[in-house]
Design a protein around this ligand. Structure first.
Ligand code: HEC
Length: 353
């Protein structure tokens, strides 16, 4: 009964400290004690990391899905939470003693010998189970080979989809010609910085694009013999220029300067972006497929494509259609590849490659 005496002493300490802190223990509502309120605080922090942050992210971004906190980051948060709670508890001797009361009581068997036995058995079993499940070799991963270009959920009506910017309509070309004549060709706002650098250096703003179609078009424009076909080619070059800028802004970090899959972020992924300059990648798929992949990202892929999750973002919510087509144009050009032609369509048009 020596132990009991110690404990009573301890309790009187606790009560003294509590009354000193203005806490008589008789307040209305739930009184948890230091130990359980610490446990509850820990659980609340866990729930915030696990559920509240993703919910808030969804609300903030307006995306149709929550953005989960990555596992490693969640671990960091929880380690910090433990450290913070430890600092809080050990801030004063009294607080620490208060925290230890239920633990001491348990160890002394004051909650009953059976409770003590159960708790003392459950804790090592739980830790042992965690360690076991973390280290046991997984024979089941991954059970299927990854299919890089799954077609099971690829909407078939996209197969014949053509990049509208490769073949602008007459009205669009005519508008471009008029703008070029008046030297008032408009670029996308994202290109403003680049345009600012070359402004005033050329008779016609288009002059900074050095490629043959643009230079020929400008010469023709000066000579007054305008050819719609050539104007169309020059317009394509403008789209390509804009596409490269959008590519550098949105895709380069992962896919690299030359689309070789060697961007600064690429090393961070288990499933690296593949090298588009190699044969057998984007040149083997039709434009419509590329458009669909870029729009829906890794999340849009069916299970056979995701035994290792692809980090490719979903772009349809952030980049409008016309921009995505510009990027795809630039992507193929940087990779020096051409998209695969849909067989039936190409045959019908008599220009099978
Ligand atoms: C966060 C990194 C990241 C960013 C940013 C990113 N991608 Fe990807 N992308 C990937 C990964 C990873 C893959 C998966 C590679 C695979 O499927 O083998 C991928 C796959 C692709 C594919 C499919 C290739 C194929 O052969 O099916 C295309 C096309 C693509 N990305 C284009 C883009 C475009 C265009 C952008 C910019 C708008 C972009 N990506 C931005 C990481 C990224």
């Amino acid at each position: 009964m020596k132990d009991r005496f110690k404990l009573e002493q301890l309790w009187s300490w606790v009560l003294k400290v509590r009354s000193a802190a203005g806490d008589t223990g008789k307040k209305g509502g739930l009184q948890l004690g230091r130990f359980w309120s610490t446990v509850v605080a820990f659980l609340v922090i866990y729930l915030i990391v696990k559920w509240v942050i993703p919910l808030v992210s969804r609300w903030l971004t307006g995306l149709p899905f929550p953005l989960p906190v990555p596992g490693t980051l969640a671990l960091f948060y929880m380690i910090l939470a433990v450290a913070a709670l430890y600092v809080y508890i050990s801030f004063s001797e009294e607080r620490l003693e208060e925290f230890l009361v239920p633990i001491r009581r348990l160890l002394l068997g004051l909650y009953g010998a059976r409770t003590r036995t159960v708790v003392l058995a459950v804790i090592p079993l739980f830790i042992g189970w965690q360690v076991y499940s973390a280290t046991v070799p997984k024979i089941s991963s991954p059970t299927s080979l990854r299919i890089q270009h799954p077609s099971s959920n690829f909407p078939k009506d996209m197969e014949a989809l053509k990049n509208p910017l490769m073949n602008p309509g007459d009205a669009e070309v005519d508008k471009f010609i008029e703008e070029a004549k008046a030297n008032s060709v408009q670029f996308i706002p994202e290109a403003a910085e680049e345009i600012e650098k070359v402004k005033g250096k050329y008779d016609n703003i288009l002059g900074f694009i050095p490629t043959e179609p643009v230079q020929t078009f400008l010469k023709d424009l000066k000579a007054g013999n305008i050819n719609r076909e050539k104007a169309k080619q020059a317009l394509r070059e403008k789209y390509l220029f804009e596409g490269r800028i959008l590519y550098a802004m949105n895709c380069r970090a992962c896919h690299g300067d030359s689309t070789a899959g060697d961007g600064p972020m690429a090393d961070g992924f288990r499933l690296r972006p593949i090298n588009f300059t190699e044969n057998g990648t984007i040149e083997t798929i039709v434009e419509g497929y590329t458009f669909w992949r870029v729009s829906n990202g890794g999340r849009g892929l069916p299970p056979e494509a995701t035994p290792w999750d692809s980090a490719m973002p979903v772009w349809k919510a952030d980049i409008p259609d016309e921009y995505r087509w510009r990027i795809i144009m630039a992507e193929y050009e940087l990779a020096q590849k051409t998209p695969r032609q849909p067989e039936k369509l190409a045959e019908a048009e008599g220009k099978k490659e």
